[in-house]
Design a protein around this ligand. Structure first.
Ligand code: SF4
Length: 447
């Protein structure tokens, strides 16, 4: 079997990063070798993301950068996968005739065979079919970890929620969960390889086990994963508020390995806008969840997503979102201006918010959040927190960097040999994006 050198360029979110890891593992198992320089590769694959505005244009312009390489070396296999490829399908071959291979979000496992087909039959191949009744998600192991003590593990894929602004259900397909036994086996393998912290990934992990019906739901899965000997920390993302159950709230109180941080996207502080977005919860219900989480795990860090300028959003709706920021006091926030995604329900809605208004609202929202982030970070000054050391700090100067249980990055003087260890660190200074600390005697750390 011929051995090829492959290069993968990944766009977008953690899910996509992880899908690229799965793809790399499949190609390595097929006898191929990853290279860091596309100029040395026999196969170049772009794993794309469709979430942001003008995603397609960006992908086509990126593809164009590889065109001269393809023209110089006609044997090179140039492939496009991920969400943009899923949405575009055969259209890719029309818009970029030099592309050899198009694969979708549910056909990643076919890529090694598709590359063989391209090379042996010298023809271009498209495989983007998507089934509306997918079976369980199996064989989704990633590669053995690199040098990081942290790893991502996919537990489910796709989404059945169809929020009005979101393209995910169209490009990732219906929700499908991975069998619990396969997830636990992957975590065991990662821990044996030195991983201390896993992040369980899915578009909406709270509905894990619903489709196809599984033997465990998400809180029960957390308990199974927490039993893996040697695993210190568990995180998960993303959680849809409407599916956040009492059992999951209790997991924060009862499972010490579940870290005290939850990303819980609210999107808007106005019930009217939440209704138009199809989110299926109210602000009151959301704030009730925040209260329950903070009762279950005092000190839990909360982060969120907000979209400003959804069609029809008034000044009063926007002020209501600012009120939620003040009420919750988030540790961090990802905020975006609304932009219509083709094919989604919100793309056809009347009453668009003018661009300058969106910009002004986004700036105000971000300024307000900065104050909250800083206040939450400053509350940690003087405290000692266990920090999982991940590697040298980007700040340099002999510092290492790691994360607190609340998922805050801490830089401090340390030894690179500490990577993978939890070190007790006193927080001495807080900024918006990170904390500065100093290592202290073991045993001083607060739980
Ligand atoms: S739950 Fe998340 S992934 Fe699913 S449609 Fe809504 S925003 Fe998109």
């Amino acid at each position: 079997m011929e051995s090829l050198r492959f290069y993968i360029q990944t766009f977008g979110c953690q899910m996509n990063d992880h899908d690229s890891e799965v793809l790399a593992r499949l190609l390595e198992e097929d006898g191929h070798l990853e290279v860091a320089d596309p100029a040395e590769a026999d196969v170049i694959l772009l794993n794309t993301c469709a979430i942001r505005e003008k995603a397609e244009q960006k992908v086509y312009s990126e593809l164009g950068r590889y065109r001269p390489l393809k023209e110089r070396r006609p044997d090179l296999v140039l492939g496009l996968g991920g969400c943009v490829a899923q949405g575009e399908g055969r259209n890719v071959l029309r818009r970029a005739p030099y592309v050899d291979l198009v694969f979708g979000t549910q056909t990643v496992h076919e890529v090694p065979a598709l590359i063989r087909e391209v090379r042996s039959r010298r023809r271009r191949v498209v495989s983007t079919r998507m089934t509306h009744d997918p079976g369980p998600m199996t064989g989704f192991y990633s590669r053995a970890r690199g040098r990081s003590p942290r790893a991502y593990v996919t537990v489910m894929q796709g989404c059945d929620n169809y929020c009005a602004y979101c393209v995910v259900p169209y490009v990732r397909g219906r929700e499908r969960s991975r069998p619990a036994a396969e997830i636990v086996a992957e975590v065991e393998r990662l821990v044996a390889d030195g991983v201390v912290e896993v992040t369980l990934l899915g578009q909406n992990v709270n509905s894990y086990g619903r489709r196809p019906p599984g033997d465990v739901d998400f809180p029960a899965l957390l308990r199974r994963v927490a039993e893996v000997d040697g695993l210190g920390r568990i995180r998960f993302t993303t959680s849809h508020p409407k599916d956040l159950s009492g059992a999951l709230v209790r997991a924060f109180a009862e499972i010490p390995a579940v870290m005290p941080h939850l990303h819980l996207p609210i999107q808007s502080g106005s019930d009217r806008i939440l209704g138009a977005m199809g989110r299926r919860y109210t602000v009151e219900r959301y704030l009730g969840l925040v209260h329950a989480l903070r009762s279950a795990r005092p000190g839990i860090a909360l982060t969120s997503d907000v979209i400003v300028g959804f069609p029809g959003e008034t000044d009063a709706d926007f002020e209501a979102t600012l009120d939620v920021l003040d009420t919750v006091g988030y540790d961090g926030l990802f905020s975006f201006k609304f932009s219509p995604r083709p094919g989604t329900a919100a793309a056809g809605l009347p009453d668009p918010v003018p661009e300058p208004v969106k910009e002004e609202r986004l700036a105000r929202l971000q300024a307000r959040q900065q104050g909250h982030t800083l206040a939450r970070n400053r509350a940690l000054e003087g405290r000692v927190r266990p920090v999982l050391v991940e590697g040298p700090s980007r700040a340099g100067g002999g510092q290492v960097a790691g994360r607190t249980p609340e998922n805050k990055i801490v830089n401090f003087q340390g030894d690179p040999a500490w990577v993978g260890r939890e070190v007790n660190v006193r927080i001495v200074a807080a900024a918006v994006n990170s904390l500065r600390g100093e290592a202290v005697d073991a045993g001083e750390a607060a739980a």
